[in-house]
Design a protein around this ligand. Sequence first.
Ligand SMILES: [Zn+2]
Ligand SMILES: [Zn+2]
Length: 213
Amino acid sequence: MTVVAKDESLEIQRLELGAFGTNAYIITCLKSGDSVVIDAPAEADKIIKRLEGTHPRYILLTHRHMDHIGALSELRSRLQIPLAAHPADASALSPAPEILLNDGDIISFGKVRLEVMHTPGHTPGSLCFKTGKYLISGDTIFPGGPGKTGSPADFQEILKSITSKILTLDDDTEIYPGHGDKTVLKKEKEEFVIFSSRQHPTDLCGDVLWLSS
Ligand SMILES: [Zn+2]
Ligand SMILES: [Zn+2]
């Protein structure tokens, strides 16, 4: 079963694709049948199959990494719908995205409104997408820790993104990351409190876990 969340207005499907087990998400408005695809890791056929019976409107990208865009060219040419990404990650994409997204933008499809959150750190143009209590977090936050960072400065940046924009959301927010299963914000907040109560080396970065780093 690929449906990971469903309420009276929308449905979220998760497909785990490619060598890195990267998640693509499809959000469908149950009133109108309009849908969006978030990330295009691999296996365009499988994604397109899951879109059957819906009206695909946009391809949205959480960030530019290879494991999230392996099927992007094929998906764009077969679906013929606009691609949307943050300007800071868009330069890695060819052809350029039709839509550039910035913090606070709203993507509407059917009755669903998806809020764009710019959460740099994992990449400069990393985005999260939020609708109601559902947060598609890309590689910005996972169960147990932040996404991987390449330098201490990037780690400080992802920490700022997480503390200022994600940990401030409601406790019951469900987080759907770019790899693996979902988590609930309340649990991540509790683990983050433990992380922030300890001393850390100033050069901390890479794969960080709230409880053991
Ligand atoms: Zn990534
Ligand atoms: Zn990834």
